[in-house]
Design a protein around this ligand. Structure first.
Ligand SMILES: C[S@@+](CC[C@H](N)C(=O)[O-])C[C@H]1O[C@@H](n2cnc3c(N)ncnc32)[C@H](O)[C@@H]1O
Ligand SMILES: [Zn+2]
Length: 288
């Protein structure tokens, strides 16, 4: 199975090698012997047996671990994010539906379910590329979803040539607009999802009881300064939980990092049966 995954990934990478550039020296790259990405200056990156390639020049310690991504996959499989995916797919269809082939990057893709679901909802010839700095996310994505390009990479130093993508998704992850602008084709679109005030409020109540340190950020303002033709969609709904899903929800969110075990137990025993989902989806076109 692993051999097959690696072969599928090698074929995909070979067919799309023109998208890539070396993360160390920005030279063009080619796939050698279906096993290694090599740049013109000789930097090389092995294709892993699970079917992904690590193009982060250094290893990065991250709190996003295997358990977190397993929990995220479980929660996403329950339909937690489906309304947002449907909205995103429709928005892309409306803006770029007449293009035969779309190349879509998910910057900060985690365990890959959102990119897969967006590609699935769009249909047609779509090339999907997911990058994340957390290796465990990319390993999970590559195992679950062969047929899409999965790469460990830093979205602040993207290993791609200029103007290769029609759409960049950036879902609940940090943005780097200089990179996103460089990577988008003329007329391309960024779709960013940010949490809103009521997002997971029932969990916030248990963990912070209203004493949460509020960061003063303005993601919509920042986004609007970088792109044109901006659309902001507020999507909010209650989502039903059972106990198994609640346990995964508690584990999947950075909200609970550093929380003591007592609080985690309290949240598990709370019997919470519904959680508030509250996002903004920001859509904007690359400014010319
Ligand atoms: C809250 S998770 C969201 C993951 C996924 N988009 C989702 O919605 O399930 C944030 C993700 O951003 C990734 N991330 C943070 N900084 C990054 C960077 N500089 N380059 C690439 N990924 C990064 C993390 O590793 C993590 O997977
Ligand atoms: Zn190089």
């Amino acid at each position: 199975m692993a051999v097959l995954k690696k072969m599928i990934a090698a074929e995909l990478l070979e067919a799309n090698e023109g998208l890539f550039r070396c993360p160390i020296c920005i030279a063009d790259m080619t796939l050698r012997d279906k096993a290694q990405f090599v740049c013109q200056a000789g930097h090389s990156f092995d294709l892993a047996k699970q079917g992904y390639v690590n193009l982060a020049p250094q290893a990065h310690a991250t709190k996003y671990d295997k358990e977190l991504f397993t929990a995220r996959s479980h929660v996403m499989a329950s339909g937690f994010f489906d309304s947002v995916v449907d909205f995103i797919a429709k928005a892309i269809q409306e803006r770029l539906g007449d293009k035969n082939k779309l190349t879509i990057l998910d910057a900060g893709c985690g365990e890959g379910t959102h990119l897969m679901n967006v590609l699935g909802a769009l249909g047609g010839e779509r090339v999907g590329v997911g990058i994340d700095l957390a290796k465990e996310g990319i390993v999970a994505a590559a195992k679950a979803y062969p047929g899409t390009i999965w790469t460990v990479a830093d979205l602040a130093n993207c290993p791609f040539r200029d103007a290769g993508f029609d759409v960049i998704l950036n879902i609940l992850s940090p943005a780097n607009y200089a990179e996103f602008t460089r990577l988008l084709r003329s007329g391309g679109w960024i779709v960013k999802v940010v949490p809103e005030k009521q997002y997971l409020q029932e969990l916030r109540e248990i963990f912070y009881a209203g004493k949460e340190a509020k960061e003063e950020t303005d993601p919509v303002g920042r986004f609007s300064e970088q792109v044109s033709d901006v659309h902001v969609e507020h999507i909010t709904y209650p989502f039903e939980l059972d106990r198994g899903l609640l346990a995964s929800l508690i584990r999947m969110t950075p909200l609970t990092w550093g929380a003591d075990e007592e609080k985690v137990a309290e949240a598990l025993q709370s019997g919470l049966s519904s959680i508030t989902i509250d996002y903004k989806v920001l859509i904007g076109q690359r400014a010319e």
